[in-house]
Design a protein around this ligand. Sequence first.
Ligand SMILES: Nc1ncnc2c1ncn2[C@@H]1O[C@H](COP(=O)(O)OP(=O)(O)OP(=O)(O)O)[C@@H](O)[C@H]1O
Ligand SMILES: [Mg+2]
Length: 270
Amino acid sequence: MAIPPPERADVAVPPPEGADIDVPPPEGPPRRPVISLRKITKVYRMGEIEVAALRGVSLDVLPGELVSVMGASGSGKSTMMNILGCLDTPSSGRYLLDGVDVRRLDETILARVRNRKIGFVFQSFNLIPRTSAVANVEMPLAYAGVGARERRARAMAALEEVGLADRAHHLPNELSGGQQQRAAVARAIATNPSLILADEPTGNLDTRSTHEIMDIFARLNQDGRTVVLITHEPEVAELTRRIVRLRDGLVLSDESTAGEHLHASDMGAR
Ligand SMILES: Nc1ncnc2c1ncn2[C@@H]1O[C@H](COP(=O)(O)OP(=O)(O)OP(=O)(O)O)[C@@H](O)[C@H]1O
Ligand SMILES: [Mg+2]
């Protein structure tokens, strides 16, 4: 149970040693959601059979939020994530990304939005084999048209950020699972996207690597990036400030865990 705040804001009570201080959001006009889903449906057709993967999902995510998405296998999590990332289109409903209806964007612009605005992390790392970590991280920068010298510098900075600079010239199969996922995170942040989408990023990792990845996400989020991640692990979801649960293609619950603001290194210690 969180301790309720003092009645009067001017009664300054020093927080206990090491406690997180909850800074109230600055006053101002309400921020526009970075993600706004309205009654999104997705029907997959396989011959005669139709699968309704999403049956009317509405969800707003504000800039700077750190959200986890949970739900049983087949509940529609990846389907929703692919729509959020403009990798797939809904059957019906509306998706506003930064206030822009993505249906109105042509494929060229969508590709640019994906490249510049969104960073993806997948469960299976998806690094290109026989290609060094730094060359993998450079890939989205190459698509963005960044020149070779700057590309290398920015890729190295991204690897530095995830603590992998010393492995820059290793091939994926010369890296541990946790290191491969950190390289994948570096690739996702190389173009400096404001939105990071991760589909079970710790699903293939041991506890220690899970901590490392979640610490990186927490830091990226503290820098102001919006992070949405899918997870099956309650300990991972508890590290985020909001948990959205899906069931059978619908939002079952949307729970704010505000105030907890834990650090990944607390995992298992509670
Ligand atoms: N490309 C596809 N073609 C046909 N059906 C699909 C396709 N992708 C997903 N589905 C179906 O849509 C439903 C939702 O799948 P989805 O992958 O979104 O689930 P999930 O919540 O991510 O599950 P998991 O936890 O196992 O990853 C499932 O019934 C699945 O079989
Ligand atoms: Mg999935």
